[in-house]
Design a protein. Structure first.
Length: 168
């Protein structure tokens, strides 16, 4: 699969792996996309106001909630009358800060990151592109339910928005 990646897309994946303290996540892929100055994806992200600080904050907040995004929990928990932030605060008060964060592993790609990479390949195929580029990674991140997808949508970069902007 990696042989179909453009040089920029390969660089994104390598930088994401290099920057990961634990497992490589969609956060690392998004941050690596932001670092690619002058690329289509970096320009779209910058224009939408997506910054490394905002990405980091969104993922730190998610880690405190056991890796769950707001989109993944809000509807079900609201119906049950459960406030995730209150539960997290209570657990952290009793057991310590970040106790719900996933344990450290070493440099492996998470299921989510693998799903994003497979999704990027599917995006390239659906667009009939011969190579997988940074724009396909961005589309896959925007299409994926999770913290990165939610952050992008919050900045006006839902999957359909990204797809339309890339087509323009």
């Amino acid at each position: 699969m990696f042989n179909r990646f453009t040089d920029v897309a390969r660089r994104v994946v390598r930088e994401a792996a290099r920057e990961a303290n634990r497992e490589v996540t969609d956060e690392h892929l998004l941050l690596a996309l932001l670092d690619q100055r002058g690329t289509t994806s970096a320009k779209l992200l910058s224009a939408a106001g997506v910054t490394p600080d905002k990405v980091g904050q969104a993922f730190r907040t998610s880690e405190r909630k056991g890796g769950l995004s707001d989109a993944e929990t809000a509807a079900v928990l609201c119906e049950l009358g459960i406030d995730v932030d209150e539960v997290v605060a209570s657990v952290e008060h009793a057991l310590g800060e970040n106790v719900l964060a996933p344990p450290a592993h070493g440099g492996r790609f998470t299921r989510t990151a693998k799903d994003v990479l497979r999704g990027a390949l599917a995006q390239a195929k659906s667009l009939r592109d011969r190579e997988l580029g940074d724009e396909h990674l961005l589309l896959a991140l925007a299409a994926h339910d999770g913290v990165a997808g939610q952050l992008l949508a919050d900045h006006g970069l839902s999957y359909l928005d990204v797809r339309a902007r890339l087509a323009a």
